[in-house]
Structure formats: C-alpha cells, structure tokens
Design a protein around this ligand. Structure first.
Ligand code: NGS
Length: 459
C-alpha cells in the first residue's frame, strides 16, 4: 500500500483552507443578516437598503444605520400586528347582539375586511373600529354576496381558487367609508336584512315616552323620514295611516313599528292622515288622500296602507315593495291568528304605485265601518291581478284597540255598495277624491295631515 507523501498532505490542507475561506466570504456576502434579535434574508435586507438609500437625504447610509432602521421596522410592524388583534377584539365586542346573530360565514367575511382595514390603518389611512362600521361592513358584504352570486353564476368556468380571490378583492374594494361623498356610492342593502330578530314581545298597553322612542331611533328625521345610513335601500315605502282620535295607539305604533322598519332597511316616511270633523269615518278616502299627498311629497315606489292599531309580532314580515298587491296582516290575535276569510284585504296592505294607480285606489263612498277593503279586493281582481300573502307564521299582529265599533259606526250601505263595486271603480277612487287639507304638522317621528272630506251630507 502506498502512503501519500508529506508534500501531498501539505498541498491538500492548503486547498481545504482556501475553500473554507472562500465559502465563508460567500456566506458573509450572501447569507442572512442579523438585525437586533432577528435574522432576515439578505435579499430582504438589500431591498430595504435600496429603499433607504433612495429615500434618505444623504443618498446613502451605512449598514449599521440600516440595521437599526430595520430593527425599528420590525418593532413597529409587530406593534401593528398586536394593534390589529386588539382592534379586532374591540370591534367584536362592539358588535350588537343582533349583529352577532349573523351566520358564521358572514362574520368571517367581516373579519377579513376588518383585518384588511386595520392593516390599512397602520399605513396611515382611516382607522374606524366602531360597531357602526362593523355593521356597515356586514351590510355591504351581505349585499355584495347577492351581487357576487349572480357574477359567480356567470363565471362558472373559473377555478374555485380564482373565485375566492376575486371575492376577497371585491369585498375590500367595496368597503364603505363613512364620508358624505361615499353616501351615493353605498352598495344596495341586502335583500335579507341581517339585523332582524324574529318574534317580538308586544305590550299593547305600554306607556310610551316619545322622547325615548326618538332617542332609540337615530336617523329618523323630523316628520318621520328614514333612510338606512349604511346601504342604499331597495324599497322606498310611504306608510299611510288613516286616523282619528287614536293618540295612544299612535304612540304604541311608533314605539314598536319604527325600529322594525329600520331593521328591515327600507326607506320610509310615516304619514298620518287625520279626518277632521265628526262625520262618519271614511278609511278608503283617507288612504287615497294619504297616497296622493305622499306621492307629492316623495318619490315612493310603494304605499303601505296601515291601520294604527295593528302591531307586528315578528319582524321577518317584510314591508318591501311587492310583485303583486300584498295583504300583510294575515294572522291577528283578535281572530286567534287565523285568516278571517280568504279574500280579506283589510288591516294592512302594501301596493306599488303602479298597482295602486291601476286600480284607481279605494272607493271614496264607504262612510262608516266595513266594506272598503272588500271593495279594494274586487278592484285588484277585476284588474287582472291576484293578491299575495306572507306566511302566517311571520305575518302575526297584535290588535291594540278594544273595539273600533265604539268610534266608527257600521256602514249599513256597505253590501249594496259592494254589489256595484266593479262598475264604479273607473270613476270612483283616486281620480275623484275631493278634500281640503286643513292642517299639516311635522312631529318628531311622523307627519300629520289633517283633512276635511267632501262628499257626505253630514260633513
Ligand atoms: C268584514 C268587513 C271588512 C273588515 C273585516 C274584518 O266583515 O271590511 O270584516 O274586520 N266587511 C264587511 O263588512 C262587508 S275587523 O274586525 O278586522 O275590523 O275588514
């Protein structure tokens, strides 16, 4: 066996030493960089170095200075990360109980945006964490979800991952900001309002303090107008209430119904149409007047004709504009929550402007209690429409009155009027109503229009 000579050993050792030195140099030039307690990849270090050199007034900076700058950068970003978590916790805590009832999916989407917003906030942009913002984001997201569903349908070919990315991007881009400028850019309110609570407990004899009601319903302006502040409403609804001598009922109505309308995300205004004088009450005529006056006052898509003494017991019964004339008060406690008869169209109905004009509104000829709603039903059917009703499980109402018969005399002529209803409908109605406005007053939460009716011998 041949052993290498001492010369060869020496040569080999020198080669190894040179290689170690070379590799060490390469590592120092290209390996990771230690900044404070952290080690970062050299490419990142060089990126920051380049950035610093470009932006520092001297044009260059030594590596020691850079290392301390990077250490500061690390500290501030980790602070920001902690802030994100903190802010998220505040947002979550501020979420109303109702908001928390939304589905986990919606909540997760909300978090995605909140996180994004916090990160943006770190970059010196707007930083809002109030519960209102969270609700705004939530509404926007639910509205966008519907828009996205349609878009998704059209983009079926794209992969799941692409869709997911697009979804998140859209959410971020559409995030509403609470500025006046953005009001017109609000996304459409969700079809399914997220803050509905379902069953409601109604105390028909509640002592109502209107100042309290006003405080609990911010955004309802003097005269009773409201529009959702965080999204663009899909429905603009005039609530028209025929009225005389029911002040207590009107208070209970405001107390319970205004929060419902707000949660349903409709734009609304409450018009109370008061009959002046003492002659027989004419509900149909008051409703015609209310619709005409409301139509002069605002650009309403539909009209809800609402008895003042019916209070909704489940806010999932929506006051949105219907495809067909809609009867809302399906199940009333007074009738053991059963529909009195299949063609009943009284209590609360909602019609679009087109539908109401098409049937020429109510007949003006029903003085006293009964029949005007049956007449309206005939008009709907004779104009080629059918009525619709929500599920009786949600269309539940409590009637707060004792008996209306005390204040409104039964109309003995109602059956004979009904027998000729369809013959009269073209000339007896919205186009023939005769009245005089004797008073108009805006209250905190509604507008009252007092009218003197023409057409009755005693009026
Ligand atoms: C019918 C009336 C309707 C009335 C309905 C329910 O008998 O106008 O009762 O009344 N029709 C006639 O009299 C022809 S309620 O007790 O709910 O006011 O709406």
């Amino acid at each position: 066996m041949n052993f290498p000579s001492s010369k060869m050993w020496l040569g080999g050792l020198t080669v190894v030493c040179v290689m170690v030195l070379l590799l060490g140099g390469v590592y120092v030039r290209m390996g990771p960089v230690t900044t404070g307690k952290r080690t970062i990849h050299r490419s990142r270090f060089l990126r920051i170095k380049g950035y610093q050199q470009l932006h520092s007034p001297g044009g260059s900076q030594n590596d020691k200075g850079l290392l301390s700058a990077i250490a500061t950068h690390w500290k501030s970003s980790s602070d920001a990360r902690n802030l994100s978590v903190k802010e998220q916790a505040v947002s979550t805590r501020n979420m109303s109980k109702e908001a928390q009832r939304t589905t986990d999916k919606e909540r997760n989407q909300g978090r995605t945006v909140t996180r994004d917003q916090n990160l943006k906030g770190r970059e010196g942009q707007s930083k809002t964490t109030s519960s209102q913002t969270v609700r705004r984001q939530k509404m926007s997201l639910v509205g966008q979800k519907e828009e996205q569903a349609v878009r998704k349908e059209n983009e079926r070919q794209t992969t799941h991952t692409t869709q997911k990315t697009k979804l998140q991007l859209t959410q971020v881009n559409h995030r509403p900001v609470a500025t006046k400028k953005s009001v017109s850019k609000l996304s459409l309110c969700p079809k399914k309002p997220p803050d509905l609570v379902g069953s409601l407990f109604i105390n028909a004899y509640a002592k109502v303090n209107l100042d309290e009601v006003k405080k609990k319903n911010p955004g309802v302006t003097f005269g009773g107008f409201y529009t959702p502040p965080d999204c663009q409403p899909r429905d603009r609804v005039a609530i028209v209430i025929p009225f005389r001598d029911r002040e207590e009922h009107l208070k209970v109505f405001q107390h319970y119904m205004i929060p419902v309308f707000r949660r349903q995300l409709i734009q609304f205004k409450i018009y109370v149409i008061e009959q002046a004088g003492n002659c027989d009450f004419n509900r149909g005529m008051l409703l015609n007047i209310g619709v005409l006056e409301a139509a002069k006052d605002g650009d309403w898509q539909c009209f809800c004709l609402h008895d003042v003494d019916l209070i909704l017991e489940n806010d999932r019964n929506l006051y949105t504009c219907p495809e067909r004339p809609k009867h809302l008060s399906v199940a009333v406690d007074k009738f053991n929550y059963r529909l009195l008869y299949s063609t009943l169209f009284g209590g609360i109905t909602i019609l679009t402007k087109e539908q109401y004009w098409k049937i020429n509104g109510y007949s003006n000829k029903y003085w006293g209690w009964g029949g005007e709603d049956d007449d309206l039903y005939k008009r709907v059917v004779n104009n080629g429409m059918t009525i619709m009703r929500p599920d009786a499980a949600v269309a539940r109402y409590k009637m707060v009155r004792g008996t209306h018969h005390k204040t409104s005399k039964i109309n003995p002529a109602r059956f004979s009027l009904l027998s000729t209803a369809t013959h009269r409908m073209k000339e007896d109605g919205l186009n023939s109503v005769s009245y005089k406005v004797t008073g108009r007053k805006e209250y905190q939460l509604y507008t009252k229009i007092t009218v003197a009716l023409n057409g009755h011998v005693n009026c």
